[in-house]
Design a protein. Structure first.
Length: 167
């Protein structure tokens, strides 16, 4: 199992609730990777990969699934981040379903969305980036991905959804 964990670049950033990984089915069979995810307690998958994952197989295995394609080595749009955060928070906070986020290698796009999750939960952008990288060192690969995390924090602040209480 450790071999598969390493092969998939799988790790939890919120123990038992939120994880990142490489695209399932890339280094082995999709079926084997989905079984591994079930063994980790994962119930929902968020795909950021441009490449399609066989959604039918994912759903037949009992997972919830959302695909938000983001080009490799680019930053998502704020709309894409909002869509992803709504899915992740609904699954974790309302339905109690652990989520895994993945892209191609599980680094840039995955790390960007994971950092945005922590910003949404009240961390400053730099703290969120540091936290994600301390667990997943390859996370957030480009300047545009880093800038997006700051932009998302500002977007939350301006819209009054940053979790901070005005004094």
């Amino acid at each position: 199992m450790e071999y598969r964990r390493t092969l998939l670049n799988f790790s939890f950033v919120v123990p038992g609730l939120l994880a990142g990984m490489a695209r399932p089915g890339t280094t082995g069979s999709l079926e084997q990777d989905l079984i591994f995810l079930q063994m980790q307690g994962i119930k929902a998958l968020l795909s950021l990969s441009e490449a399609e994952v066989d959604e039918q197989t994912v759903l037949q295995r009992g997972f919830d699934f959302l695909h938000i394609p983001v080009a490799d080595f680019t930053a998502p749009t704020l709309k894409q981040v909002e869509q992803a955060m709504e899915f992740v928070e609904r699954k974790i906070d309302l339905e109690g379903k652990p989520v895994v986020i993945f892209c191609g290698a599980g680094c840039g796009r995955t790390g960007t969305f994971l950092a945005c999750y922590f910003v949404k939960k009240g961390k400053l952008p730099e703290e969120a980036i540091h936290h994600v990288r301390s667990i997943r060192p390859c996370s957030i690969e480009t300047g545009s991905q880093r800038e997006l995390i700051y932009k998302y924090a500002e977007h939350l602040r301006v819209s009054g959804r940053d979790g901070k209480v005005e004094s």
